[in-house]
Write a protein that binds this ligand. Structure first.
Ligand code: WTA
Length: 654
C-alpha cells in the first residue's frame, strides 16, 4: 500500500476546535455529531431529504430514493434547475449585491462579479448557447483557463439542461479528442489562451489540433473567449467569438425545470484500466450533496471570503469552487495562475488582499510552500483566516502541523476532506466546530455516509487493521454511471461486494480506536501525482505508441512534494537503444498523449531488458514499485519468470 509520504514527525496530539469557533458552528460538539450521525445512518433518506428541502424545487419529489443496486435515483419526481439554485435564489435577498466571484488573473488583473452580475452573464450566455443550437441533453466540452467565464459557461449549460464536461487546461489535444468522441460533444467552449507562470497556454490551438482532419466530428461549434489576446486561427463556419455572440442576446433567460435525475455534468477521471472514464453526475442529488457538505464542513457564513484553490477542471473545482459555495450564496475566490508566480508568496498576498477567511487547498501545495520557506507567508497578514481545508491525498503530519501553525496561526481548525470524483461530495472529514483532529486523518464520515473498512470477505477490519474502504449505503451525490458504459461502471465500483450492494472506493484505509479513518492511498493501479489522478495504463499506452518501445510498465515512487511521481520501466524493440534523447522523446510522448501533468522526470524513464512477470504473464508491479522506490525487494518472488531480470533491473543505472 501507499507509504509514499515520508513523515519526519509522528504527531499524536489531538487538536480540539477552539471554543470560540465551536460556539458559532452548526455542529458544535462531538456528542452532537455522534447523535446526528447515528440518526442519519439509521435513516439516511430522512437526513438527505431534510438537506434537499433547503434547495429550490419546482416540483417536490415523490420518492426520496429508488435504489436498485448499483443504480440509484434520488428525489424521484422532483424538478429543479441547478443554475437557478446557485443564482436566482439569492437575488431576492441582500445577497443580490454581494460578491459571488472575486477573481484574480495571473498577470494581476482582477474582477468582481456580484450575484446580480453573475446571474446576468449566465443568462446572456445561456441565450448564446441556445442561439448556437445547443439543446437540453447535448454535451459540451469546456476547456478554459480559470477565469469567471469558465463558471459562466458551466452554469449556462446547467441553465438550459446541456451537459458540461470540463477538461482541465493542462490536458492535451489528444485528451480533448478522446473526450469529445466518448461523450459525442457538439460544442467546445474555450479561450484563445490562459496564463501559467508568465507563459500563455495555447488552449484554442489545442482545440484546433483536437478537431484536425475531421477528428471529433460531432463538434460543430467552438465558442472562443478572448483572454490572452494571442494570435489564433478562426475556422469560418465553426468558430465564433464569445464577445461577439454576447452582443446578439439579451439577459432574459428564465430557468427551465429539469428532472432531479437530469444529467448535470460528465467529468473524466483516470481508472485502473483503459482510458479515462466519464463520471456522470445528475442534478438534484449532486446539488444536495455539495450544498450540505459546503454548509457543514466549511461552515459557510454570509461574511466569509472562501477560497478553494482548485481548477474547475477537477471535481474539487466543480463541487467546492462552483456548485457548493454558490448554492450557499457564498463569496468564492478564483485565482488563475501558479502559486509561485511571480513569487512564492502569491497565495498569501491574495489572502491578505481579499481578506480570505476559509482556504481549501492540497497537501502537495502545502509541501511546496514549506520548501519555499516561511518568509513568504510571513510577509503578509493572514489573520482573516478562520478555517483551513485540504483535499486530494493523505496529508502527512508534518505538513498538517505547518499548515496549522504557519498559515492558521494555531487558531484555525483543519478539515482534511476525503472524497473522489465519483462521490461528488466530501465523504469523510472533520466538522470544524465538533471533531477533535489528529494530523493525518480525515477523521469521521459525514452524515448519511456509511463508510467502513473491510477485508476481502467483507468483514469489518479490527482497529488499526488495514483493508478496503467501502461505502455501504447509497448517497445523493454518488456517480450514476460511467457515461456510455454501464458494464464498466458495475465492474469497477460494484463487483467486489456485489451481493451486498457496496461501493468500492479503490482506496485502502484503517480505523483507529477512536473511529477515525486513516486513508492509506489507492490500492489499484491509479497514481496520485500532486493530487492529480493518473492511470498507469493510460501512461503505458502512451509509451507503447512510440515506435521504439516494446513494452512499458508504469508505477509510482514516493516524491517529497508531489506525494507520488511517475516511473516508467520500458523495454525497447530490437535494434533500439536507450539514450537521453529517447528518454526526452518518451516524456514528450506522454505529454502529448495525456498532458504536461502526466510528464515524468527524464530520470524516471528506466530502460530494462525485460519486465519481471509471473508465470501467467502478469507484470509484477509490486516488485517494480519497490525497485522504483529504492526499497529492498521483499516477499515471495518465486513466481518470477526470470530471476536474473530482477538483478538486472536493480543495477540498470544509465
Ligand atoms: C485521494 C479528489 C487521502 C484518494 C477529491 C481518492 C485522499 C482520490 C483525500 C480521489 C484525503 C482524496 N486523504 N486521500 N483527504 N482526498 N484522496 O477523484 O486516493 O481526483 O481515491 O478526487 O484522491 O481523487 P479525485
Amino acid at each position: 500500500m501507499n507509504q509514499n509520504i515520508e513523515s519526519h514527525l509522528i504527531e499524536n496530539r489531538v487538536f480540539k476546535p477552539a471554543k470560540s469557533f465551536a460556539k458559532r458552528a452548526r455542529i458544535s460538539s462531538p456528542a452532537e455529531y455522534e447523535e446526528l450521525y447515528k440518526a442519519s445512518i439509521r435513516n439516511p433518506e430522512k437526513f438527505w431529504a431534510g438537506e434537499a428541502k433547503e434547495l429550490l424545487w419546482h416540483k417536490r419529489w415523490k420518492t426520496v430514493l429508488d435504489w436498485k443496486p448499483p443504480f440509484a435515483k434520488w428525489f424521484v419526481g422532483g424538478t429543479l434547475n441547478a443554475s437557478e439554485n446557485c443564482l436566482d435564489r439569492h437575488l431576492d435577498s441582500p445577497r443580490k449585491n454581494k460578491a459571488a466571484i472575486i477573481w484574480e488573473g495571473e498577470p494581476g488583473d482582477q474582477r468582481v462579479l456580484t450575484y446580480h452580475q453573475l446571474h446576468r452573464e449566465v443568462c446572456r450566455f445561456s441565450n448564446v448557447l441556445k442561439r448556437n443550437g445547443l439543446k437540453k441533453g447535448d454535451r459540451v466540452i469546456v476547456y478554459m483557463p480559470l477565469i469567471p467565464e469558465a463558471v459562466i459557461a458551466m452554469l449556462a449549460c446547467a441553465r438550459i439542461g446541456a451537459v458540461h464536461s470540463v477538461v482541465f487546461g493542462g490536458f492535451s489535444a489528444e485528451a480533448i479528442r478522446d473526450r469529445v468522441n466518448d461523450c459525442g460533444a457538439t460544442m467546445i467552449i474555450t479561450a484563445d489562451g490562459g496564463y501559467r507562470r508568465g507563459a500563455i497556454i495555447p488552449l484554442k490551438q489545442n482545440v484546433d489540433h483536437a478537431l484536425q482532419g475531421g477528428n471529433a466530428k460531432s463538434v460543430g461549434r467552438v465558442i472562443v473567449f478572448r483572454r490572452a489576446h494571442n494570435e489564433i486561427h478562426i475556422e469560418e463556419g465553426r468558430d465564433v467569438w464569445w464577445h461577439r455572440e454576447m452582443e446578439y442576446v439579451d439577459a432574459n433567460c428564465p430557468p427551465e425545470e429539469f428532472d432531479s435525475e437530469h444529467p448535470l455534468f460528465i467529468l473524466y477521471t483516470s481508472g485502473s484500466t483503459g482510458k479515462p472514464k466519464g463520471i456522470l453526475h445528475t442534478t438534484g442529488g449532486y446539488l444536495t450533496g455539495v450544498s450540505a457538505t459546503s454548509k457543514y464542513i466549511f461552515d459557510l457564513r454570509d461574511d466569509d471570503i472562501y477560497w478553494c484553490t482548485a481548477d474547475v477542471g477537477w471535481i474539487t473545482g466543480h463541487s467546492y469552487l462552483v456548485y457548493g459555495p454558490l448554492a450557499n450564496g457564498a463569496t468564492t475566490v478564483m485565482y488563475e495562475g501558479a502559486p509561485n508566480w511571480p513569487e512564492p508568496d502569491r497565495f498569501w498576498k491574495i489572502i491578505a488582499q481579499f481578506g480570505v477567511t476559509i482556504l481549501y487547498t492540497a497537501p502537495t501545495a502545502i509541501r511546496a510552500f514549506i520548501k519555499w520557506g516561511n518568509e513568504y507567508p510571513a510577509r503578509h497578514d493572514l489573520s482573516t483566516l478562520r478555517l483551513l481545508g485540504t483535499v486530494g491525498e493523505p496529508i502527512n503530519p508534518e505538513a498538517w502541523m505547518w499548515y496549522h501553525k504557519v498559515i492558521g496561526g494555531g487558531r484555525c481548525p483543519i478539515v482534511d476532506t476525503w472524497w473522489q470524483t465519483e462521490t461528488g461530495a466530501i465523504m469523510i472529514s472533520p466538522l470544524p466546530g465538533a471533531t477533535p483532529c489528529k494530523p493525518g486523518t480525515a477523521t469521521r464520515p459525514f452524515f448519511g455516509i456509511d463508510a467502513v473498512v473491510v477485508d476481502e470477505a467483507g468483514h469489518e477490519c479490527d482497529v488499526d487493521e488495514g483493508g478496503k474502504l467501502v461505502i455501504r449505503k447509497p448517497w445523493p451525490s454518488m456517480l450514476r454511471t460511467i457515461y456510455g458504459d454501464k458494464e464498466r461502471f458495475k465492474k469497477q465500483y460494484w463487483s467486489d461486494f456485489k451481493s451486498q450492494g457496496w461501493y468500492t472506493t479503490g482506496d485502502g484505509a484503517r480505523r483507529d480506536k477512536d473511529g477515525n479513518f486513516w486513508i492509506v492511498g489507492r490500492i489499484d493501479d491509479v497514481l496520485n501525482v500532486a493530487g492529480h489522478r493518473l492511470g498507469t495504463s493510460e501512461i503505458e499506452s502512451a509509451l507503447v505508441s512510440h515506435e521504439a518501445v516494446a513494452e512499458a510498465a508504469v508505477v509510482g515512487r514516493p516524491d517529497e512534494i508531489k506525494g507520488q511521481a511517475v516511473v516508467a520501466f520500458v523495454t525497447l524493440k530490437e535494434g533500439q537503444e536507450g539514450s537521453p534523447t529517447l528518454r526526452k522523446a518518451l516524456c514528450s510522448q506522454i505529454s502529448h498523449a495525456i498532458g504536461p501533468i502526466a510528464r515524468p522526470e527524464e530520470k524516471d524513464i528506466r530502460f530494462a531488458e525485460a519486465l519481471p512477470k509471473t508465470r501467467s504473464g502478469k507484470i509484477m508491479r509490486r516488485l517494480l514499485k519497490e525497485i522504483a522506490s529504492g526499497t529492498e525487494v521483499r516477499g515471495d518472488t518465486t513466481t518470477l519468470e526470470d530471476f536474473s531480470i530482477l538483478t538486472r533491473l536493480r543495477h540498470m543505472d544509465e
